[in-house]
Design a protein around this ligand. Sequence first.
Ligand code: PEP
Length: 224
Amino acid sequence: MDKIVAANWKMNKSISQSEKFVRKLKKVDVRNNVIIFPSFIALPAVSQILEKERCGAQDSFYESSGAHTGEVSPEMIKEVADYVIIGHSERRAKGETNEILNKKVKACSAAGLKIIFCVGEKEGEDSHAVVKKQIIEGLKGTDALTDFVIIAYEPVWAIGTGKTPETDEIMEAVKYIKSLYSCEVLYGGSVNGENAEEILKICDGVLVGSASLDFQSFLKIARS
Ligand code: PEP
């Protein structure tokens, strides 16, 4: 079965670099279900090249419109993409609380976006306790929306560090998350062309940061 391979480009790639990457991607066969999350500024251009169902935004605001300088609404995103990442640890670190994230999840699902909701413990924290609180508070009142929600388990200590949990630890975390919330579960944190195949066997997909920026290394993951 196809797995999700999501590329979070963060604040990388200009519009023309993003276009070049996805034009190349369109020409090759990939086994998995690839979703690209470019910067907001490159998203419309990427969406014109790939289908909307292969595009996502890295964040969304929770209001539909109004005096919110710098924000982008779920409805605006839905014009160009079918997916959105909510609760990435880099945004949580900037002060996004579970309460704010819950508003975002509800607004995005109401607009018809599929949400990749990120959870995960920091170094030394109790993984179960952190993940449980993030899911209970962040996904509160969304039990009827499980078709719209995908959870990405991303231990913060594994993001961009080259360190990953042991395979059985990822397996255990995925199982635990599924026992709390019935949805697809991805793993994220230092996924690369070497470890992707093994990780993809034990979860529903991967969320990839650094290794998604280089075309050949991303292609290797997408074909794993
Ligand atoms: C991420 O930031 O979501 C991520 C998984 O990054 P990396 O692959 O670079 O660890």
